[in-house]
Structures are given as structure tokens and as C-alpha cells.
Ligand binder design. Structure first.
Ligand code: SAM
Ligand code: SF4
Length: 328
């Protein structure tokens, strides 16, 4: 079992499989993209398998595949097939922009990988295209509807962006009213490849909730698992739920159960901190498994208590980073 130096059990791995993406969401990276790493610096599928196996043997029982856009990686399904055979791994999920998932939907279902988070920050074509800087609205919309109607457990991630998409907060709840999905509104974080930096945000979780409450006064707070990052609610008469993720305000650090491994093998123990180790050279070299396990234990044994503490430990350079490198 993985327990950090603050007594928190770590059982959830967010594994980025690439830093590349076919969209250019303006809160995630600049229009020209970032300096994507060379292919040989990315973990290969067999290296991703080994890292996952080791971490599952240490107590990780939930893996979320993220990126970049996971499905730009042509060999992604090989990894997912392997993960679905791992004993002790109870939950495999994927976070995707849903542009490229279509050909894989049947196989995902066969593998039992039904927890899919779809990033969708607008239900209006123009707004979607302005934010993502690409014309993929129909594809995303069609794939989202297909996932929902085929019974996947879909959660929509909607980042509330000042001056860009607040007008869609209520409409997306209206559109999803009859669908059993969870719409999660996220606070924007300053991980956008350095194109903008900020110290406060207008759309924090309180502002988002107040805005929703004006339109839907009949909502109820739901019980959520203690390690959940979202505060969840149900609106009377709606089939699904909605949630708010205070990712900028960071009110959830006390129960954080997450570990991140980037596409280049960096081990990140806090989203707001610097990498604590790199596993790529270890799994690529002759390093024995025990040594790799020790490296992971060391990183987890030196975790910051909160995102604010992690951020204090280094200069502001972390905010030159993009979510496409970290995986969200
Ligand atoms: N490409 C996939 C997608 O967009 O779903 C997976 C990778 S993306 C980096 C993972 C998550 O990070 C997405 O839900 C995205 O909305 C979120 N994200 C990216 N940049 C963010 C930012 N600046 N603030 C908050 N969330 C962000
Ligand atoms: Fe790509 Fe996801 Fe970043 Fe958008 S949020 S640019 S889809 S990695």
C-alpha cells in the first residue's frame, strides 16, 4: 500500500500517455502548441505497461489515462487491453476530448472501460471552436451522444472561462437534463503553457454555484467519497448530477489520493509541484523492480501537504507548464 508522509493513502494514478493533442484549447496551451517532446522521450507502450504493473503491485487500484489527447496515440488500445488484465486494478478510466474515440468505442465496452470523462467547454459551435481553435464540434457532439446512449458512465468536464463560456453553464445543464451524466464545472488553473498567468479567478466554485442556484434554486448537495475532488449536486427533475471542482482554490488537498506520471515518466505527487523523480530511464535501463519501487516510495514519502505548500517550494516556473504535459 502507498501511504504518503501525511498519512494519505495513494491508490489513484493519472497516467499521461502523450503530450500531443489535435486541439489547441486556449486554457491549456498557446495556439502554436508547446515544445512537444521527441517520440523517443515518451514512454513506449511496454514501458507504460511496466510502470503500471509496478504501481498496481504497490497498491494503485485506479488508473485514469490522460494526456495530451490519449487517442492520438495509435497504440493506445494495446495498453488498455493490457491494463484490463491486471489483477488488483479495479477501475480504468479515460479523459478525452472525444474527437478520436469513435473507432474504439466497441472495444472499450468489451474491455469494461466505461468511465469516460469528456472535455466539453461549450455547447455552442462558435464558442467551442474559439476555445479549442479547431473545427471539431460535430465530431465531439456525436461521439458524446454515442457514449451516453451506449451506456458509458460519462462525465463532462467544463472549465468555466471568464468572458468565454459562462453563458453556456445553464444551457449545458438544460441540454443534459434527461441524460444520466455528471457535468462537472472546473475552476481554471494557470497551466496553459505560459500564455497567461493569474492570481485570482472570477469563476471560483462559489461564483459557479451561485450562478447555477439562480437558475435552479432546487438543488441538493450529494454525499461524495472523501477523496473526490468535486463537490456534487443534484437538481430536482434532472436525470444526472452536476459537480464543481475547485481546482484553483484547492480545497481538496487534505484527502488527495493521486499520483501523476507524465508521458515522459516524470512522477508528480502534487499538481502544483515539480516532478519528484523520473521513471523512464529506470524502466528503460537495467534497473531492477525493487529499485523502481523504492524511487516511487521516496517520492510519495516527500509529498507536500497542500498544493499551496508545493507551489511555495519553487519559483513561479511551474506555471510555464501546460496541462497537456501534466495530464490534468
Ligand atoms: N485531451 C484530454 C482532454 O482534454 O480531456 C485529456 C488531457 S487534458 C490536459 C485533461 C483535463 O485537463 C481536461 O479535462 C482539461 O479540461 C483539463 N485542463 C486543461 N487545462 C486546464 C486548465 N488550465 N485549468 C483547468 N483544467 C485544465
Ligand atoms: Fe488538448 Fe485536452 Fe489540452 Fe484541450 S485540454 S488542448 S483537448 S490536451
Amino acid at each position: 500500500m502507498l501511504i504518503d508522509n501525511h498519512g494519505r493513502k495513494i491508490n489513484y494514478l493519472r497516467l499521461a500517455v502523450t503530450d500531443r493533442c489535435n486541439l489547441r484549447c486556449n486554457y491549456c496551451m498557446p495556439s502554436e502548441g508547446i515544445d512537444f517532446v521527441k517520440n523517443d522521450r515518451l514512454l513506449s507502450i511496454s514501458e507504460l505497461k511496466r510502470v503500471s504493473e509496478i504501481l498496481v503491485s504497490q497498491g494503485i487500484d485506479k488508473i485514469r489515462i490522460t494526456g495530451g489527447e490519449p487517442f492520438v496515440r495509435k497504440d493506445l488500445m494495446k495498453l488498455l487491453r493490457h491494463l484490463s488484465t491486471l489483477k488488483g486494478l479495479n477501475d480504468i478510466s479515460v479523459t478525452t476530448n472525444a474527437t478520436l474515440i469513435d473507432p474504439h468505442i466497441d472495444e472499450l465496452k468489451e474491455l469494461g472501460i466505461t468511465n469516460i470523462n469528456v472535455s466539453l467547454d461549450s455547447i455552442n459551435r462558435e464558442t467551442f471552436e474559439r476555445i479549442t481553435r479547431r473545427k471539431q464540434f460535430d465530431t465531439v457532439h456525436n461521439n458524446l451522444i454515442r457514449l451516453i446512449t451506449e451506456g458509458f458512465n460519462v462525465r463532462i468536464n467544463f472549465i468555466v472561462l471568464d468572458g468565454q463560456n459562462e453563458q453556456d453553464i445553464i444551457p449545458i445543464l438544460d441540454v443534459m437534463k434527461h441524460h444520466n451524466v455528471s457535468v462537472r464545472f472546473l475552476e481554471e488553473m494557470p497551466f496553459n503553457g505560459g500564455s497567461k498567468n493569474f492570481n485570482t479567478i472570477k469563476w471560483n466554485y462559489k461564483a459557479i454555484l451561485e450562478h447555477i442556484a439562480e437558475a435552479y434554486p432546487n438543488y441538493q448537495k450529494l454525499e461524495s467519497p472523501k477523496e473526490s475532488t468535486s463537490i456534487n449536486y443534484k437538481i430536482e427533475g434532472h436525470a444526472g448530477t452536476f459537480g464543481i471542482i475547485p481546482s484553483f482554490s484547492r480545497t481538496f488537498c487534505g484527502s488527495c489520493n493521486r499520483l501523476r506520471v507524465t508521458a515522459t515518466g516524470d512522477v508528480i505527487t502534487c499538481l502544483y509541484g515539480k516532478p519528484k523523480a523520473n521513471l523512464r530511464d529506470l524502466v528503460r535501463g537495467e534497473t531492477n523492480t525493487e529499485k523502481i519501487k523504492e524511487t516511487i516510495l521516496d517520492a510519495i514519502g516527500n509529498r507536500a501537504k497542500t498544493g499551496f505548500e508545493a507551489q511555495e517550494k519553487h519559483s513561479k516556473t511551474v506555471f510555464e507548464n501546460s496541462m497537456t504535459s501534466i495530464g490534468g
